[in-house]
Design a protein around this ligand. Structure first.
Ligand SMILES: *Cc1c(COP(=O)(O)O)cnc(C)c1O
Length: 363
């Protein structure tokens, strides 16, 4: 079996695989209501929130679109804090629906500076909403969301966060950090397949929803709330992903939140230590290196595209390359969700073996 080491989809535990093969049920019946209630009760513990949480059937990007269309009106001033591909995507969605986007773009590989966010908000008091990526999967960088949120709230703005590759793996207390809309995706840290976006909506988020004039139908939080009151979702949900999520959440709560965060931190550190011990260079600035995905630069003759291919074909370790302008410049390794120390040991020993074949002359 492959060692699937991309930043989502991740491998799935047997318990999750097994439960997902169960027979279908009526998604408008009492059994579904019970499962959804159970899932949402547990999800709120992981989000660390008392806000409303919804299961939306769609990929993470659908959740980002939902975050935009439910809170904005055409012409609204929005500050996009982008540190990579996914931050750019979030800005592009807002722009697509007519928001007037100011870009605070940070050099890829670095985190956003909360002071720069403060300056941008001072420069334009008309800004209503701030978009931020908590963990930028394309570069392997985690923003200091707590500090950024404190700045956003100094100015009393709406804060909409892409937490797709962080929630459930890296600490992100939605209520303590005043996140109005938090968005995550099932195939990242949640040990379930692709198919669900999970979002939380604060009181402030509901106010923005009431004022929003961007049309929405499928993603409308209002419909999601009305149907949730009946124990349903507005549209047919990804029932078996939800079966899986119910079991995965029990596993996560059994492990305990501090232990989940500590496991991700420990494993990420062992990845970074192992990479450096081989003479390779990390792409992300180390002070903000992500605990869910690591990025490695193609230094000392290393052909990262060739490396990804050799690792897959010879070692059955599946890595991710770089996206956009980082294609051919970095490779990435996912270490989120169902990941163990042994998975990383296997990755590092394979990497050591094949590096010379991929042109690497350092170390
Ligand atoms: C994966 C990811 C996305 C996109 O999610 P999809 O499920 O592929 O639509 C967006 N933002 C971040 C930070 C991600 O890691």
């Amino acid at each position: 079996m492959d060692n699937l080491r991309i930043p989502g989809p991740t491998p799935l535990p047997d318990e999750v695989l097994k439960t997902m093969s169960r027979q279908m049920i009526n998604h408008r019946g009492p059994e579904f209501k019970q499962i959804q209630d159970d899932v949402l009760t547990d999800l709120k513990k992981l989000f660390m929130t008392k806000n409303d949480v919804f299961l939306l059937t769609g990929s993470g990007t659908g959740g980002l679109e939902a975050g935009v269309v439910n809170t904005m009106s055409p012409g609204d001033k929005v500050l996009s804090v982008s540190i990579g591909v996914f931050g750019d995507r979030f800005a592009a969605i807002a722009k697509h629906f007519g928001a007037d986007v100011t870009n605070l773009n940070v050099e890829w590989g670095k985190a956003a500076d909360p002071d720069a966010v403060r300056k941008a908000l001072q420069a334009d008091p008309r800004i209503k909403t701030v978009l931020v990526t908590h963990n930028e999967t394309s570069t392997g960088v985690t923003n200091d969301l707590k500090a950024i949120s404190a700045v956003v709230k100094e100015f009393d703005k709406l804060l909409v966060v892409d937490a797709i590759s962080s929630l459930g793996s890296i600490e992100m207390p939605v209520d303590d950090w005043n996140i109005d809309i938090a968005i995550t995706g099932s195939q990242k840290g949640w040990m379930v397949p692709p198919g669900l976006a999970m979002v939380s909506v604060s009181q402030r988020g509901w106010q923005a929803h009431a004022e929003s004039k961007i049309p929405s139908f499928y993603w409308d939080f209002g419909k999601a709330k009305d149907y949730l009151a009946k124990g349903q979702t507005p549209w047919t949900p990804a029932v078996n992903v939800i079966y899986g999520l119910e079991v995965a959440l029990k596993m996560m709560l059994k492990e305990g939140l501090p232990n989940i965060f500590a496991r991700h931190a420990r494993i990420a550190q062992s990845v970074r230590d192992g990479i450096k011990a081989l003479g390779l260079s990390l792409f992300a600035e180390e002070s903000h290196a992500s605990n869910t995905v690591s990025s490695v630069a193609g230094s000392n003759g290393l052909d990262t595209r060739k490396l990804v291919k050799i690792m897959r074909e010879q070692e059955h370790v599946v890595l991710a390359g770089g996206q956009r302008t980082l294609d051919g410049k970095i490779f990435r390794i996912g270490h989120l969700g169902w990941v163990s120390d042994d998975d990383i040991k296997g990755f590092l020993s394979s990497l050591k073996k094949v590096l010379p074949q991929a042109g690497f002359k350092g170390g």
